[in-house]
Design a protein around this ligand. Structure first.
Ligand code: GLC
Length: 533
């Protein structure tokens, strides 16, 4: 197998940019497309293959771009269509790919479709959204809740009907049972595919179809009041309905009209449900996002079990993928700690399948405490104090030691991490043992050793506590990865062999080439890749 025969989205590393927070070029405190364009050389230097941009389309920004008012227009905050075309051309010129965020479940209330739908019960677009009469006796049509708290229904006093919104009232859900909606949205995909984008990450893809009869969701016996309100009920009827797979397959068919594009689905479901999104005979998403590493307890036993269960659950030919963080989840460094963040990096980049990296994780960006008066995220505003807010993982990228970390010349839209004077690209790139140097070395190693992205995975037994050991194998090449999840030094025996072995890479970046005998001594929190010479 040679690298160029393998699809880019199988072999490459995806890098997610939250555009508001990457680079501001026009000094309004908010990142933009020109800013991203000016940082492309960094991404090449880092070694990623594809860039996924969170939404950049016209939006009132009630949910920071996940409320789209026009799918074909770039929001002026981010730039213009010309800026976009220039960015795309520059991305391609550097041999990178560009993936856009597609938000099909809902629009903004400011979208012309919704305004028309709202205008009267008999409007031609009434059925483009989900309108229902009040429950008998009044009130919302059923017990469905919004993911951001409160009912998932808002009353239009003029028509006397409620519209459904799985998220904010400013994000009305489209009616994907209506073929006209599907057609219109597939035209949107084609609009961007024709411009040359390399694929889409589809927002909340498992939400698109709801129960035809709008039955009440059953109560969740495990709910407790410290959780988000949405967890009061099991989302049995409001999402993940069997008919959704037909829609996903239709989207995939649109994508397949163009060569070499990718369809990624955002799906928060248990493993056995998640893998159904590969679709019948792989007619669904190329990559149903696998967020399991974010939610699994951070120890060797649980992670080993997760990898095993995922590998087993994958359908024949279904390509694995792994995600450590995104704009909705607490930063990996905050979840597992600074020392284990290096283990997380090595794990992500040595597992079989496509890794997705969240901007800033490569410099070890930690959570940032956002004082109540600076809160931006609507979820935090709706359900304060439960730790649900997403601002802490959306803080500006830290480039250098300038006042605003080189992100902007003015105060950024969300607070900057206090660490920015020492935790920034300019400082860390000159430090051969920094986490940034580690990420770069891992991606370089992955590029050189195809076995790391596409080779077989097999867990190896070890008696060392809290250490995960696995082998990757492709043809004649074999690598062993040893990850010490514990804060103790550990001696780990390796399978017997006559072949010579040496350290290819350590998470501390200080023992490459060291020869390895029958055992490897791992320091606390150390990960090592061993190669057969
Ligand atoms: C997805 C996005 C999230 C957004 C929500 C509603 O989960 O990742 O940021 O708030 O959908 O669009």
């Amino acid at each position: 197998m040679v690298a160029y025969e393998i699809a880019w989205w199988k072999r490459g590393v995806v890098y997610q940019i939250y555009p508001r927070s990457f680079q501001d070029s026009n000094s309004d405190g908010i990142g933009d497309l020109e800013g991203i364009r000016s940082r492309l050389d960094y991404l090449v230097w880092l070694g990623v293959d594809a860039v996924w941009l969170s939404p950049i389309f016209l939006s009132p920004m009630a949910d920071f771009g996940y409320d789209v008012a026009d799918y074909r227009v770039i929001d002026p905050i981010f730039g213009s269509l010309e800026d976009f075309d220039r960015l795309l051309a520059d991305v391609h010129r550097r041999g990178l790919k560009l993936v856009l965020d597609f938000v099909p479940n809902h629009t903004s209330i400011a979208h012309a479709w919704f305004r028309e739908s709202l205008s009267s019960r008999t409007s031609a677009k009434r059925d483009w959204y989900i309108w229902r009469d009040p429950a008998p006796g009044g009130g919302p049509p059923n017990n469905w809740l919004s993911n951001f708290g409160g009912p998932a229904w808002t009353l239009d006093p003029v028509s006397g009907q409620y519209y459904h919104h799985a998220f904010l009232p400013e994000q009305p859900d489209l009616n994907w049972r209506n073929p006209a909606v599907r057609e219109a949205m597939y035209e949107v995909l084609k609009f961007w595919l024709d411009r040359g984008v390399d694929g889409f990450r589809v927002d909340v893809i498992w939400h698109l179809i709801k129960d035809r009869e709008f039955r009440d969701n059953p109560p969740n016996p495990a709910y407790d009041s410290r959780q988000a309100e949405i967890n009061r009920f099991l989302q049995l009827y409001s999402a993940d309905q069997p008919e959704v797979h037909e829609v996903v397959a239709e989207m995939r068919a649109v994508i397949d009209l163009y060569p070499d594009r990718v369809l990624i689905g955002e799906i928060y479901l248990p493993l056995e449900r998640l893998v159904t999104y590969y679709g019948h005979d792989l007619s669904g998403a190329h990559l149903p996002f696998n967020f399991q590493l974010i939610h699994t307890a951070w120890n060797a036993r649980e992670i080993a079990a997760l990898i095993h269960d995922y590998e087993i659950a994958l359908p024949e030919g279904g390509w694995p993928n792994w995600v450590l963080g995104n704009h909705d989840q607490s930063r990996v460094a905050a979840r597992v700690g600074k020392a284990q963040a290096r283990i997380a990096a090595m794990l992500l980049l040595t597992l079989r399948g496509t890794p997705t990296l969240y901007y800033g994780d490569e410099i070890g960006l930690d959570r940032v405490d956002v004082a109540p008066e600076f809160v931006q995220d609507p979820w935090e505003k709706n359900e304060p104090g439960l730790g649900l807010g997403r601002d802490p993982e959306r803080t500006p990228m830290q480039w250098d030691q300038a006042q605003y970390a080189g992100f902007s010349r003015v105060t950024p839209w969300v607070p900057l991490a206090p660490s920015h004077d020492h935790c920034n690209v300019a400082v860390l790139r000159d430090d051969p043992q920094s986490i940034l140097s580690l990420y770069r070395a891992l991606m370089e190693t992955r590029r050189k050793h195809l076995v790391l992205s596409v080779g077989d995975y097999a867990q190896l037994f070890t008696s060392a506590p809290d250490v995960l050991v696995y082998e990757r194998e492709l043809g004649a090449e074999r690598l062993i990865v040893l990850l010490n999840f514990s804060s103790h030094a550990q001696e780990v025996s390796l399978p017997q062999t006559d072949a010579e072995r040496s350290v290819l890479l350590s998470t501390f970046l200080d023992r490459s080439g060291e020869s390895v005998g029958r055992a490897v001594n791992l320091r606390a929190h150390e990960g090592v890749i061993v190669e057969y010479c």
